[in-house]
Design a protein around this ligand. Structure first.
Ligand code: HEM
Length: 365
């Protein structure tokens, strides 16, 4: 067998291809705009990071499909999701680099780019889809624009990606498999409902007896409290929750939501540490994605003002709309609604303390 030739840095990293891949449009008309190099390199850098994020999210999705999941797999998921959040922080921070380009610098080559646009970032759309953005949920203009601007092969890649189970769906199924929404030997949820009612009653008393409130404000505060009560009643009632789901007010199933509430309430117990981290990292990913969208929208406003984008959208106004609309894990944030003070949380019965604490061979450690 021939000895393997020594690996060479530049060959291994394919630097020939990567460093020869900056072809400014402005130089094609013989007037190279200085900042177009930055514009190309920053987009390429983003696309490389998108590739890495997709690699991590795809692997996490593959692990979540394993039922039952090996016990150590959860730690792998945590490590990879943490890596995604670190990359996202760089993606947000990197916007500062593009902001060193002024409007006049951009106008030197903007028209050369039309009709190319970030709409056509297939990897960004794949990432949104992998996380759980659904085509039906996208803004009408967004659907039309990016669908018509993608190449046919890109459209079919996106189409098949949207047939795959998203991170949202897999996390939901994982939460649904947890045993916390019903216990044969412990009626946790009725104890929880009692504590909630006591908490709401105390709030009601505080508002009713507050001498500093005028009647109008008191009425408004009581009505807000009633909305909170309705929210609790909804989460504890399967048919109400299903109705709210059909109306698009919530997305996560009731069983998954109840189990996630249980994890968040008993998050300090050893068995809950890793599930809690997974919930928190999911929230973090959504928050950083939303932060990136908003930072991008504000940067676009700074550079374009109210001009339309090269892809023909309303520019920063459009981007601000997708910032909120394309969020996937809002229900994970809203779990906080259902938390009650630590001292009110029902105490775990003995059998649960063994199950959820550090124990070996049935003995507490
Ligand atoms: C001068 C800098 C930039 C400007 C003026 C700009 C402008 C815009 C505008 C106006 C849109 C809306 C679509 C359109 O009408 O074209 C858009 C979309 C987008 N841009 Fe940028 N952008 C800039 C830099 C970047 C960078 C560095 C990235 C990194 C990958 C990026 C990624 C995207 C993505 C992924 C979308 C689609 C977002 C969505 O559909 O929700 N943009 N951009």
């Amino acid at each position: 067998m021939q000895p393997k030739p020594p690996v060479h840095y530049g060959d291994y990293l394919q630097l020939g291809k990567i460093l020869d891949a900056q072809l400014p449009e402005s130089s094609k008309r013989g007037q190279m705009a200085h900042d177009e190099m930055l514009f190309i390199i920053i987009h390429q850098t983003y696309e490389l990071w998108f590739k890495q994020i997709l690699h991590e999210i795809d692997s996490v999705r593959a692990i979540l499909k394993l039922v039952p999941m090996p016990s150590t797999a959860l730690a792998t998921i945590v490590g990879r999701l943490q890596r995604v959040t670190e990359i996202q922080r760089i993606l947000v921070e990197q916007i500062r680099v593009i902001e060193t380009m002024t409007t006049l610098d951009f106008l030197d080559f903007r028209d050369d780019l039309i009709p190319a646009s970030g709409f056509q970032s297939l990897q960004f759309k794949l990432l949104e889809t992998a996380l759980g953005v659904r085509a039906t949920h996208r803004l009408e203009i967004e659907k039309q624009f990016f669908q018509s601007r993608l190449k046919p092969e890109e459209r079919s890649t996106l189409e098949s990606a949207s047939q795959e189970t998203s991170l949202f769906d897999l996390l939901q199924a994982w939460l649904e498999r947890m045993p916390f929404s019903q216990f044969a030997e412990w009626d946790f949820w009725s104890q929880y409902a009692t504590k909630v009612e006591q908490m709401l009653h105390r709030d009601e008393q505080l508002i009713t007896n507050n001498p500093n409130l005028d009647e109008k404000v008191r009425k408004m505060e009581l009505s807000n409290l009633n909305t909170t009560r309705e929210t609790f009643l909804t989460v504890l009632d399967a048919s109400r929750w299903e109705k709210a789901r059909k109306e698009g007010k919530v997305r996560l199933s009731q069983t998954a939501t109840l189990n996630a509430i249980f994890i968040q309430l008993y998050r300090d117990w050893p068995v809950m540490q890793v599930p809690k981290q997974i919930l928190n990292l999911t929230i973090e990913i959504d928050e950083l994605m939303t932060t990136w969208r908003y930072r991008h929208a504000i940067m676009v406003q700074r550079i374009l003002g109210t001009k339309i984008g090269t892809g023909g959208s309303a520019g920063s106004d459009y981007l601000k709309q997708t910032t909120e609309r394309n969020r996937v894990f809002t229900d994970f944030f809203n779990l906080s609604t259902f938390l009650i003070p630590r001292h009110e949380i029902p105490a775990l019965p003995d059998f649960m303390q063994i199950e959820m604490g550090f124990s070996y061979d049935g003995h507490k450690l």
